[in-house]
Design a protein around this ligand. Structure first.
Ligand SMILES: [Zn+2]
Ligand SMILES: [Zn+2]
Length: 154
């Protein structure tokens, strides 16, 4: 996998990045926070190991906030066009939540799981073959396994 490359960037092109390993998984989150930060009905994210993502053009801007549980998160975005690129935890857990719509190749963005269905909009129907969670999954292993299988990585 050492020669693996997957690239992406923001809307205006000021930010570009490169992944040097496949994402761990892709999932759709229907929580109200993802709805706001993506300005869409739900967010589609890829979990990416921090060590496998490098910013190849531009400098990300950052916003920090506290979620209801008291945990601290941050988001990074293009300061020129405002596209959200990724979120992370403080302190770091070694994983970015990459906004999957920024990937050049959207095959990798296909979500195998849908989370926070308790706050999903009424007019979207989750595909029959997706893994589903009413809130935050406590164990991501099944999602990772399903994604790896779907992408032919396992
Ligand atoms: Zn931009
Ligand atoms: Zn969410």
């Amino acid at each position: 996998m050492s020669d693996f490359t997957l690239e992406g960037g923001c809307q205006c092109g000021a930010i570009r990045y490169r992944l040097t390993a496949p994402p761990l998984m892709a999932y759709a989150c229907h929580c109200s926070e993802c709805r706001r930060t993506t300005a869409s009905a739900f967010g589609v994210s890829c979990a990416v190991l921090q060590d496998t993502m490098e910013i190849t053009r531009g400098t990300l801007k950052r916003i920090d906030w506290e979620v209801e549980s008291g945990a601290h998160r941050y988001g990074e975005f293009c300061g020129a066009c405002g596209s959200r690129i990724r979120n992370g935890d403080v302190p770091s857990r070694g994983v970015f939540s990459l906004r999957a719509g920024t990937l050049d190749d959207q095959q990798w963005a296909e979500p195998v799981a849908h989370t926070w269905l308790s706050s999903k909009v009424g007019w979207f129907s989750v595909p029959d073959d997706a893994l589903t969670f009413d809130a935050q999954p406590t164990d991501y292993t099944p999602i990772i396994e399903a994604y790896q299988k779907r992408r032919g990585l396992a």
